[in-house]
Design a protein around this ligand. Structure first.
Ligand code: PLP
Length: 237
């Protein structure tokens, strides 16, 4: 077994333990392997073992890997900030875009969708209201959804965006118990928003290498793990 396979299996075991400990069904949480700065060969190795979901932060890097690995059935997740003027690189090219937080990006995505299927998205929430972080303030999320709806950008079929839930990078992320209250606040916000807007919002994308157990315990449906799977990220040249 390679070191990569060993680390990946350890994370799967950790996820299974966390699911069990919190009374969640086995396999109910999806592991997204965050592969930024790591080579396509490492992605291909894990894909061959059964890892289907991969997260990338940077459009140019993601597009290059998507081209190189086009013959595989990878589900790509866009987890980094996307500028509105780069919407055409994202629209229709990812299974799920986790970082929608601006009306201009929403409009640009819909305009750039290559086909007639909706683009699945999550709303990124700045759950700790940190000035340096992107994301919608929790109190603005409902109005944001209603604005997109009023502009007829939300669709469950055809051209539009389908909001599947919420994503966050909380304060103290990666620091285990320190992040837990923010994960709990995300779950409460999701429940509130779902009842206020009538949207289903089944997905909560939260938890990374240092805190995915706490995230699972608080209701994450997708965890985004990089370092614990691939090792430390190489420094970008
Ligand atoms: C890099 C990244 C991760 C993975 O972080 P690790 O600590 O390496 O597990 C998760 N989510 C986002 C948004 C990231 O940018």
């Amino acid at each position: 077994m390679t070191a990569l396979e060993e680390r990946w299996r350890r994370v799967l075991d950790g996820k299974a333990e966390a699911e069990k400990a919190s009374g969640r069904a086995a396999g109910s949480v999806r592991l997204i392997a965050v592969s930024k700065f790591h080579p396509a060969s490492a992605i291909a190795e894990l894909y061959a073992l059964g890892q289907a979901d991969f997260g990338e932060n940077y459009m140019q890097e993601a597009r290059a890997k998507q081209e190189e690995l086009a013959s595989l059935g990878i589900r790509w997740h866009a987890i980094g900030a996307v500028q509105s003027n780069k919407a055409k690189d994202a629209a229709g090219r990812f299974h799920l875009l986790h970082t929608l937080a601006s009306e201009s990006l929403a409009r640009a995505l819909v305009r750039r969708l290559p086909g007639d299927a909706p683009q699945d998205v999550l709303l990124q929430i700045n759950i700790g209201r940190e000035p340096q972080k992107s994301g919608l303030a929790p109190e603005d999320a409902e109005r944001f959804i209603e604005t997109l709806r009023a502009e007829d950008l939300l669709r469950t079929e055809g051209r539009g965006l389908r909001i599947r839930g919420l994503m966050c990078l909380p304060p103290r992320c990666g620091e285990g118990e320190e992040a837990r209250p923010y994960f709990a606040a995300m779950r409460e916000l999701r429940d509130r928003l779902a009842s206020a807007t009538g949207l289903e919002l089944p997905e909560l994308s939260m938890g990374m290498s240092g805190d995915y157990r706490q995230a699972v315990d608080e209701g994450a449906t997708m965890i985004r793990v990089g370092t614990d799977i691939f090792g430390a990220r190489p420094v970008k040249a």
